[in-house]
Ligand binder design. Structure first.
Ligand SMILES: [Zn+2]
Length: 245
């Protein structure tokens, strides 16, 4: 197959664009900003989970406080009733002794309930302090999460812009290529490696393998519009210089 030097030069640029596009694709999936964002997101999730657990414990302590307070109130009402019975004088000796005995029991019960209430309230206060610390930590994490998210979005937008730029240049370039040359290039690329490579000294720019002396002299002897292939990888071997060289 033959291809004009200008066509070969366009093909070289196309292969360079494709190499850049695959570097861009690799960069998009290996962004350090994504790693930072994912790490921050999992830290934030863990902190939110801890906060939710602490809140449940505080709610449970609130319920205990309410229960103890209502028990204390019930005991107090019972004491009031017993005391008014005592002072009413309408009691015989047996009832009097029973009432005094019950009042004694109620007082002990009251003290024990009040001790428990104090314990629970202390524990709740401690946890509420912890809750406030966790809440502040989450707010700080939220700010960090937002900034890592923004950094990721910016990196992705930059990559997207580069991709679009290269893709549109690729479309323009492909339109100028001889369809047969373009098809040959795409067929070679379908194998997974580069479709074309520049001859760099003794090496193929696509597979980087050194070409044997015999093959090299055959390649050098070929007419400049003769399309040669790398004997190692099959890529179209371009003997033209790139624009930037
Ligand atoms: Zn090669």
């Amino acid at each position: 197959m033959k291809a004009e030097v200008a066509q070969q030069r366009s093909l070289l640029e196309l292969s360079q664009l494709d190499a850049e596009l695959s570097r861009i694709a690799h960069r998009a999936t290996h962004l350090p900003q994504r790693e930072a964002y994912e790490r921050m997101r999992s830290e934030h999730t863990a902190a939110s989970d801890r906060l939710a657990t602490s809140r449940i414990v505080v709610e449970d302590l609130d319920a205990q406080v309410t229960r103890l307070e209502s028990e204390i109130e019930a005991v107090r009402q019972r004491e009031d009733r017993d005391r008014s019975l005592l002072t009413s004088g309408a009691t015989d000796a047996k009832q009097l002794s029973d009432l005094q005995h019950e009042l004694e029991t109620l007082r002990r019960r009251q003290t024990s309930l009040e001790d428990s209430l104090l314990d629970v309230m202390e524990r709740r206060e401690e946890l509420q302090g912890q809750l406030a610390v966790e809440q502040r930590a989450i707010e700080a994490l939220q700010a960090d999460l937002a900034s890592t998210q923004q950094a990721l979005d910016e990196a992705l937008a930059e990559i997207d812009e580069a991709r679009q730029l290269h893709s549109s240049r690729r479309d323009t370039l492909t339109a100028t290529l001889d369809p047969a040359l373009s098809a040959l290039y795409e067929r070679q690329r379908a194998g997974g490696g580069p479709g074309a490579g520049q001859l760099l000294g003794h090496r193929c720019g696509a597979c980087r393998i050194e070409i044997g002396r015999g093959e090299l002299s055959r390649i050098s002897a070929a007419a400049e519009d003769e399309l040669v292939r790398c004997p190692e990888c099959g890529a179209i071997l371009l003997r033209v210089k790139g624009f930037e060289q």
